[in-house]
Design a protein around this ligand. Structure first.
Ligand SMILES: [Fe+2]
Length: 302
């Protein structure tokens, strides 16, 4: 496989990472108080039909993004990325510093209407705070997308964002653009072809390799400092086949099943809190600096 570069348009089909998130919102529309209709999960025929529709209606950039993601995210690729990035040998920085670093990410978002990455993180955290959730939950909202700094180290979009899925076993048919997996070299690997693949029934997600991206990375950076619920939210927030489609239940153990309730509780904040209302960064910063200090050391390894 040739080495992809983030600056290479072939590997960066999305104008910005929010294009992927916008696509997720068309698949999982906000349930109440909006005109969008959520899936009727009780009618499998309707679900299949809608599934095909949003694939057909996806922007070409989003379609191409999924094609690359499903083509390149092999079992070997995931192991190699884990070996490289989970050694945390790139930088040492505090949480707020990492937020400012993520903010240096340049993409094609419209500067007049779109918010910065830092403002998006604050929006998510502020909504969680307004709903009266515990402090660790607010903090989790604040940091959940910090793993997107992978983009700043030359990683292609398809290796940073995208709905995650297990590698090393059969792909669930609930995964969007499933047909693109046909081009993935793992599809020709005999031992990956059945539902369990290289895993054991009920082995627990900790033993399962998901496609590589910003979730696993941020989870690893902060794993020593936050409660288990927060770590689940971070690690699996893009695992839509697991938390929205109930796929891969046979790989989960008792703890996963329990904890996926909190992953589901987090999902609306990830998906529906990003809007054009600009948070007041100067006003909010002291509260969040205090919150960061409560849980994290001054500097962390990235
Ligand atoms: Fe995310």
């Amino acid at each position: 496989m040739s080495k992809p570069q983030a600056t290479d348009p072939v590997n960066a089909p999305l104008a910005n990472l929010e294009e992927w998130e916008d696509f997720l919102k068309t698949r999982y529309p906000e349930p109440a108080g909006t005109s969008a209709k959520p899936f009727d999960a009780t009618d499998p025929d309707k679900k299949t039909e809608q599934f095909r529709n949003y694939e057909a209606n996806a922007r070409p950039s989003v379609r191409e993004f999924y094609r690359l993601n499903h083509l390149h995210q092999t079992h070997d690729f995931v192991l190699a990325k884990k070996k490289d990035f989970l050694s945390l040998n790139r930088r040492t920085m505090g949480i707020w510093e990492a937020m400012e670093y993520l903010n240096t990410m340049v993409d094609d978002s419209d500067p007049d209407t779109d918010l910065s990455q830092l403002e998006h993180l604050l929006q998510t955290a502020e909504q969680i705070r307004k709903d009266g959730h515990p402090r660790w939950f607010i903090l989790t909202g604040l940091i959940h997308d910090l793993g997107k700094i992978l983009c700043l180290w030359g990683e292609p979009q398809w290796a940073v964002v995208g709905d995650t899925f297990p590698v090393g076993c059969a792909y669930s048919d609930t995964i969007v653009f499933h047909k693109f997996f046909e081009a993935n070299p793992d599809s020709r690997e005999e031992r990956f072809q059945n539902r369990l693949g290289i895993y054991e029934e009920g082995c627990g997600l900790d033993k399962v390799h998901l496609s590589w991206g910003h979730d696993e990375y941020i989870h690893h950076v902060v794993r020593d400092y936050l409660p288990a619920e927060a770590l689940y939210m971070l690690r699996y927030h893009s695992f839509y086949p697991g938390h929205r489609e109930d796929a891969y239940a046979y790989l989960m153990n008792e703890q996963d099943r329990k904890m996926f309730d909190v992953v589901r509780a987090f999902n609306p904040y990830d998906l529906y809190t990003k809007n054009h209302e600009k948070p007041d960064v100067m006003r909010l910063r002291p509260f969040y600096e205090d919150l960061i200090t409560e849980y994290f050391p001054k500097e962390l390894k990235w």
